[in-house]
Ligand binder design. Structure first.
Ligand code: NAD
Length: 498
């Protein structure tokens, strides 16, 4: 049994007595006992982070970037162990976990160039003898609250930029797969980050609420489901914090008849079933336009049937279990209700059993054809390996369907028409768009974020938007009067043309 503690002041921290079990989703076994932070533990983390932030904010950029470079190298060097830590608690394949670490590491790459990304501006002689410059300064102590589905990548959208810009960062990872956060904390220690600049408090909603209401925390970044994102935004704003809260998703991929259908099906299946469908940029909905439908459904069937379901650390597995027994039931129940309402189960994963892993939370890939917009399997975020296919007659109908969704995270189109691709990119109501790309997760030097119920707050995550989120702008107007150039005070509002 692995005892998982908080990480405060550069070391494990036991805190209160309450714990919760952590499971291996491939076996259903309890593998860890996780400490749950109460308000006192959060307060201790904030206290040490506040002290650390004061010195860190004035630590030279050269020193900060040196530590970021070291951290980047440590993440590269330890990718294999970290991928196995992720797989053991999340269930995703080790290869998929390596991929998430690589995409998370991109934000460390970006943070290594923070000296360029966070440069101020300077204007000489804005008025006679008056110069103006701007600088962006850190907020102090900031927190990140993250979901189970990317235990390394999503926190890495946040902490490298928050830290590189001079803040102290407190991470509250998901209680379902918490160990990766402590591993990352250990790497920061090895990289030479001063104690208290990166902390981890584990816990559930009690811990989250203690963070949201703590007066010592200046900003909160959240990623998770829409109802919790809404709660986080409203509570944190009510407590005077800057907030970015990324919510759930229901990403559509539109397939036009002129698309390369085999290619589109392979890409959509990878988007629907990779990580057992538990990605915020997963593709749970394929919208087949006109004559694309029959060949697309046939190709999706072939793709789904090729998937090898099993434990994430078994060579050859291409899809692991879902995160909990409840998540498994959810996929099965949504499938059953859709089939009862008239959907056609082209591939049915409800009874999938992995021999030797009967206690694991496995469900096979499922493709439902002839799904209609009123079915829960389509309109709710199921967050499992369930792909729904809706058939429409025209591009305009497809676009209207996508835009009727309350979510607006990612959206993709498969076509060989530049005209339709351009129209889709411009008219679709989503923050991230793919053209013949199923999971258009932006590279780290762009920012990541959705529209509508997929994001509460203005700033997207990582990249340039994160630099703005974790810093405050300041504009300094200065002059140095001397005897040759006397300056008269004016009772009227001063004009810059004087
Ligand atoms: P979740 O909302 O259940 O949990 C996210 C975090 O909030 C966790 O740290 C959890 O401990 C905490 N939490 C849960 N319930 C809470 C409550 N009632 N009050 C306060 N805090 C609470 O999400 P999850 O199941 O861990 O992750 C899956 C969800 O995250 C999906 O909806 C997925 O779309 C979303 N997600 C979105 C993005 C994005 O970029 N928009 C990225 C990844 C995941």
């Amino acid at each position: 049994m692995n005892d998982i503690q908080h990480w405060i002041a550069g070391a494990p921290y036991a805190g209160a007595a309450a714990t919760t079990p952590v499971h291996n989703p491939a076996t259903g076994e309890v593998t860890g006992r996780l400490a749950l932070a109460d308000a006192a533990v959060v307060d201790e983390a904030v206290r040490t982070a506040t002290v650390a932030a004061r010195e860190w904010a004035t630590t030279s950029l050269a020193r900060r970037t040196e530590i970021m470079f070291r951290m980047r190298e440590l993440v590269v060097r330890h990718t294999e162990e970290l991928a196995r830590v992720i797989s053991a608690e999340h269930g995703k394949t080790v290869d998929d976990a390596r991929g998430e670490i690589g995409r998370g590491r991109e934000t460390l790459d970006f943070a290594c160039g923070i000296n360029l990304a966070n440069k101020g501006e300077y204007t000489a002689d804005a008025s006679t003898g008056v110069d103006v410059h701007s600088l962006r300064q850190p907020l102090g102590v900031v927190a990140g609250i993250t979901p189970f589905n990317f235990p390394v990548m999503v926190p890495m959208w946040m902490h490298p930029v928050a830290i590189a810009t001079g803040n102290a960062f407190i991470l509250k990872p998901s209680e379902r797969d918490p160990s990766a956060a402590n591993y990352v904390a250990e790497l920061y220690r090895k990289a030479g980050l001063p104690d208290g600049v990166f902390s981890v408090v584990h816990g559930d909603r009690t811990t989250v609420d203690a963070i949201l209401t703590h007066p010592g925390i200046a900003a909160v970044s959240f990623v998770g489901s829409t109802p919790v994102a809404r709660h986080v935004q409203q509570t944190a704003v009510a407590h005077g914090k800057r907030v970015q809260a990324l919510g759930g998703a229901n990403n559509h991929a539109v397939v036009l008849p002129d698309a390369d259908i085999e290619f589109a099906a392979a890409q959509i299946a990878a988007g629907a079933f990779g990580s057992a469908g538990q990605r915020c940029m997963a593709v749970p909905v394929a919208v087949a336009v006109g004559e694309a439908a029959e060949p697309l459904v046939a190709a999706l069937r072939a793709e789904a049937e090729r998937i090898v379901v099993g434990p994430g650390d078994r060579p050859g597995t291409t899809m692991g279990p879902v995160i909990t027994a409840e998540a498994r039931r959810r996929v099965v129940d949504y499938t059953t209700r859709a089939v009862e309402a008239g959907a056609v189960a082209v591939v049915d994963g409800r009874d999938h059993v992995v021999a030797g892993h009967e206690g694991g939370y496995f469900v096979g890939p499922t493709v439902l054809d002839r799904v209609t917009p009123d079915m829960g399997a389509y309109c709710d975020e199921v967050f499992g390996p369930l792909l729904t296919v809706l058939r429409v007659d025209t591009f305009d109908e497809a676009l209207a369907l996508v835009n009727s969704s309350p979510f607006g995270n990612g959206s993709a189109i498969f076509t060989s028409s530049g005209e339709y691709a351009r129209r889709f990119s411009h008219e679709v109501e989503a923050g991230m768009v793919g053209v013949n790309v199923p999971i258009p997760t932006p590279v780290a030097y762009y920012s990541f974020g959705g529209w509508k119920d997929s994001l509460f707050g203005d700033h997207h995550a990582h990249g340039p938007e994160a630099v703005r989120f974790y810093t405050r702008n300041k504009v300094v107007t200065s002059r140095w009067p001397h005897q040759d150039r006397p300056v008269q005070a004016s009772m009227s509002f001063p004009s810059t043309t004087d």
